[in-house]
Design a protein around this ligand. Structure first.
Ligand code: NAD
Ligand code: UGA
Length: 475
């Protein structure tokens, strides 16, 4: 039918499903949005009451600036979080599939291919419980042509007479800025089949976004272009970081300054100034996963040179993290064994509590191998998460050893007291304005500072007495 969307179900209440559908609920008060998940702990956290002291929703499972306020306004009005997956599917006329698509860890394509199990089981649930026609929207990042597999699963299992239209609507939000990205996106991408039914479905989803996104920013394409554009965009973004990090290595060896090089290149309109910050390396749940996915896709299409090209972006990233850790060790007279090192920041970037693929965890593991004594401070990451990330759960349980070697502090100042080196792994704003004089006074000498994110003012810190090392800028 041509009636507009009234009931939305989002399968998957994670970093994408939660914020995305919360914003839809806030912009479309006449649409009922139900976000469902098979993980009852996550749903309970989304439904958690306000903190009695602050009146704010402090216990949501995803931390994003601005998110809690919107959840508070919409929850119970037209926004619901539930574990009743079947019921929400049954009632919806549009369903977002926003489940995880992690890299496979075993079997065919292990280490590269996306694990499509969660997408397929959601699709089978939809086929099983639907008694009315639905628009099904791929929100998860998926390999190119996934919509064709979903269609086969639906057609083979659904009740006769029902119409299922599949759309691709990849999500481009970045963590830490999810709400502003969602409220003011550079573009919304919607892929559909070129059939009249496919185009009608795409128009209905466009009408949802058009409540707050200008029509000219909503770009409609074919299904396969839309699916591939998501992998392409992430690959190109990650490639920029690996490119500037490769330049950083040259800068350190020559005396050039990578921030100047990035600025000089970025002044060219064709290159642009954004996303050229040199760092210890990129992290996050998606860049590596999506490039590996693209590498696997290229290999399976018989395009090994294309695969090797993109794989190099990841190899450069691994090299960046390792190079940084190596520099710490060599600068500190080739040993950090039993030395106290303060690791500031553990999240994969600022303004998030997410640690998936965080370069801080890699650095921490390398320091552990060097038998350093590490104190970690991060303003948002829960303590138990840090131990999960630096041990190998399921492989060997060395949590007890990890707790002896790695302490967690409640402030940056506490983490640095008595340390021989400070290592900044996440660019939290608060690190810029710490009382560095007091920190310097509390440290062993010489006091080393390794800024893996180029966030502190190296000149000022050198004046205080720190031996400062940055990424891509000579002393
Ligand atoms: P996530 O792991 O935080 O959330 C996925 C949720 O889906 C989990 O809570 C899981 O329990 C739930 N789930 C899995 N199978 C289910 C099922 N059959 N029924 C109901 N719930 C089910 O993952 P995420 O970070 O939100 O990512 C989701 C997708 O979005 C991925 O494909 C990812 O690549 C993509 N993506 C992520 C980001 C990001 O910033 N994290 C940005 C853009 C795109
Ligand atoms: C990234 C993309 O930016 C989003 O558009 C995309 O939707 C998302 O992946 C996804 O598909 O999951 P995200 O990983 O949340 O978003 O965060 P980014 O801001 O892209 O940062 C990724 C990593 O790169 C972080 O570790 C960050 O510190 C690092 N980075 C970023 C740099 O080292 N230098 C830069 O100039 C920018």
């Amino acid at each position: 039918s041509s009636s507009p969307v009234r009931r939305i179900c989002c399968i998957g209440a994670g970093y994408v499903g939660g914020p995305t559908c919360t914003v839809i609920a806030s912009k479309c008060p006449d649409i009922t949005v139900t976000i469902v998940d098979i993980n009852p702990v996550r749903i309970a956290a989304w439904n958690s009451p306000p903190n009695p002291k602050t009146g704010k929703l402090d216990d949501l499972p995803v931390y994003e600036p601005g998110l809690a306020d919107i959840v508070q306004t919409c929850r119970g009005r037209n926004l619901f979080f539930s574990t009743e997956v079947d019921k929400a599917i049954h009632e919806a006329d549009l369903i977002f599939v926003s489940v995880n698509t992690p890299t496979k860890t075993s079997g065919i394509g292990a280490g590269y291919a996306a694990d499509m199990h969660y997408v397929e089981s959601s699709t089978r649930r939809i086929a099983e419980v639907s008694t009315s026609s639905k628009i099904i929207v791929e929100k998860s990042t998926v390999p190119c042509r996934t919509a064709a597999s979903m269609r086969q699963v639906l057609e083979a299992n659904a009740k006769p007479g029902l119409q299922f239209d599949i759309l691709s609507n990849p999500e481009f939000l970045a963590e830490g800025t999810a709400i502003t990205d969602l409220e003011n996106p550079d573009r919304v991408l919607i892929g559909s089949l070129p059939t009249p039914e496919g185009q009608l479905a795409a128009r209905k989803l466009q009408d949802v976004y058009a409540r707050w996104v200008e029509r000219k920013r909503i770009y409609t394409t074919g299904l396969w272009s839309s699916e591939l554009s998501k992998l392409a965009a992430n690959a190109m973004l990650a490639q920029r970081i690996s490119s500037i990090n490769a330049m950083a290595a040259i800068c350190e060896a020559t005396g050039a300054d990578v921030t100047e090089v990035a600025h000089a290149c970025g002044l060219d309109k064709r290159i642009g100034p954004n996303f050229l910050r040199a760092s210890i390396g990129f992290g996050g749940s998606c860049f590596q996963k999506d490039i590996l996915n693209l590498v696997y896709l290229s290999e399976s299409l018989g395009l090994p040179k294309v695969a090797a090209y993109w794989k190099q972006v990841i190899e450069m990233n691994e090299y960046s993290k390792e190079r940084f850790a190596r520099k710490v060790v060599s600068t500190m007279f080739n040993t950090i064994t039993q030395k106290r090192v303060a690791l500031l920041g553990f999240a994969f970037k600022k303004d998030t509590g997410d640690t998936r693929e965080s370069p801080a965890a890699t650095i921490c593991k390398l320091f552990r191998q060097e038998r350093a004594q590490i104190t970690v401070y991060d303003p948002k990451v829960p303590h138990h998460q840090i131990y999960l990330d630096i041990t190998e759960p399921g492989v060997i349980d060395d949590t007890e050893a990890a707790k002896k070697q790695v302490q967690i502090a409640n402030s940056a100042v506490e983490a640095c007291a008595g340390a021989e080196a400070v290592v900044i792994a996440t660019e939290w704003d608060e690190f810029k304005t710490l009382d560095w004089e007091a920190i310097h006074a509390s440290m062993k000498k010489p006091a080393f500072l390794f800024d893996g994110r180029n966030v502190v003012d190296a000149k000022t810190l050198r004046k205080i007495g720190f031996r400062v090392h940055t990424v891509g800028r000579g002393p």
